[in-house]
Design a protein around this ligand. Structure first.
Ligand code: PLP
Length: 423
């Protein structure tokens, strides 16, 4: 499989190049030159396979020019070394709990796969991974790359806009992990990282790579849990009219699901559920992509006003009317989100995190009685303890101890970052 830039289909690279570079030289995102189809037989028999087998089948067509099957199997086995249960919440609604990994958010899947792929391909002694985070990516990447020889990780997170728990996970490890607190928002952090990739002088000095959801090795493995969700649903005797709601920010997670659908995964349609950052919802409505300044909400990992992966979605769907058939979008404010957390806790005894709450809201907005709905529970409620306590005052909050943590505080300025990086 070759990978092309979303901005130039004439220039293709192989998987290892795309993984190491992160972003294409023209500023586009890497994207598979075609989407392979899996056989009907595979889906018919999916309940009989082990999860490693399922994930390997889904990923092999993308990497098989450069990675043999058993190496991929081993990476997948390590990546998915935790449970991804499908939990019944009520009536026709299920929660796919993606938070049982080491940093308690779905981003563990992409980060673990990417770190191992990079280690597999890496021939250099000193690779610098740059990553902008709205919270969960930073901790997942820090954990995924911690103590891997030859790799240094630089995490940029927005000041005062991540939870204590997230900050703790990013700043407590030390060693090859360095965290920068940027006096700005997530989009500012992302802008600095993108600028670094276009910076010729810097690229001559250092080998840099990205670990954001823009990296193809983060995106593709996220496909696998949609397959695993389907397997679990099929075990219950249901295999059609499945609707999945994805709490979305930078749109990596839903893009992975849509790629899975194009590979033949029998998902009827998707719902993209957003907080007040509704750029994609508006895009679905009027076909106009109008990035906004991100606004801060309680579901901070989705505070993205200019979602990068829209470029990949546009590559997958050249006609917006086709996209509208597969995806609908909704946005919910913080008040509704808090009410939802409280309501499900008191009525169903199910504790949602603020992102999952947005996910179930989108699902309930748009599910029919003959459909089966799954929302992705993208993070553990504990990561957002102060939000949970706003919704459920009796909830007990553990405050992590940040006193031994290390971060570098910088202005929202590219040169300030470079100075700190090189110092
Ligand atoms: C990153 C994240 C999201 C948004 O995922 P995207 O791929 O950026 O759309 C949602 N929920 C949680 C908990 C996250 O960490």
């Amino acid at each position: 499989m070759k990978f092309i830039s979303t901005r130039n289909s004439n220039h293709s690279v192989n998987f290892s190049h795309a993984v190491k570079k992160g972003l294409a030289a023209d500023g586009g995102l890497y994207y598979p030159i075609h989407i392979p189809k899996l056989s009907k037989d595979f889906f018919d028999h999916i309940t009989t396979y082990h999860k490693v087998e399922i994930a390997t089948q889904a990923l092999l067509p993308y990497v098989n020019e450069e990675m043999d099957r058993s190496s991929l199997e081993q990476i997948v086995d390590e990546t998915l070394a935790f449970n991804i249960p499908l939990v019944h919440v009520k009536e026709n609604i299920y929660s796919l709990e993606l938070y049982h990994g080491p940093t308690q958010a779905f981003k563990d899947v992409g980060a673990r796969f990417m770190s191992r792929s990079l280690a597999y391909f890496n021939e250099e002694s000193d690779v610098h991974i740059l990553v902008a985070t709205s919270g969960d990516t930073g901790s997942a990447v820090a954990n995924g790359f911690y103590d891997i020889p030859g790799i240094k990780v630089h995490i940029l997170f927005p000041k005062d806009k991540v939870s204590n728990y997230q900050q703790y996970q990013m700043t407590s490890l030390g060693k090859n992990i360095r965290a920068y607190e940027v006096d700005g928002n997530f989009d500012d952090c992302q802008k600095i990282v993108k600028q670094a990739f276009g910076d010729k002088a810097l690229n001559e000095k250092l080998t840099i790579s990205s670990a954001n959801s823009i990296n193809i090795a983060r995106l593709l493995p996220q496909m696998t849990y949609y397959f695993l969700a389907y397997q679990q649903i099929k075990k219950l005797g249901i295999d059609k009219n499945i609707v999945i709601s994805v709490p979305s920010g930078n749109l990596g997670n839903i893009t992975a699901g849509l790629i899975g659908k194009h590979m033949g995964l029998p998902i009827k349609r998707f719902i993209s559920s957003h907080n007040a950052n509704d750029t994609f919802v508006k895009y679905l409505q009027d076909g106009n992509y109008q990035p906004i300044q991100s606004v801060q909400t309680l579901s901070n990992a989705m505070d993205v006003g200019a979602p990068s992966n829209i470029e990949r979605i546009d590559t997958l769907y050249t006609d917006i009317n086709d996209l509208r058939k597969d995806v609908s979008g909704y946005s919910f404010d913080d008040k509704i989100t808090l009410n939802k957390i409280s309501e499900e806790y008191h009525q169903q005894d199910y504790l949602l995190d603020p992102h999952g709450a947005v996910g179930i809201l989108g699902l309930e907005q748009d599910i029919n009685v003959d459909e089966l709905g799954i929302f992705l529970e993208t993070a553990h409620p504990q990561k957002f303890a102060s939000v949970i306590r706003q919704a459920i005052p009796s909830y007990k909050v553990e405050i992590p101890d940040l006193s031994n943590c290390h971060k570098t505080s910088i202005n929202n300025d590219y040169n300030a970052f470079i100075d700190a990086l090189l110092s």
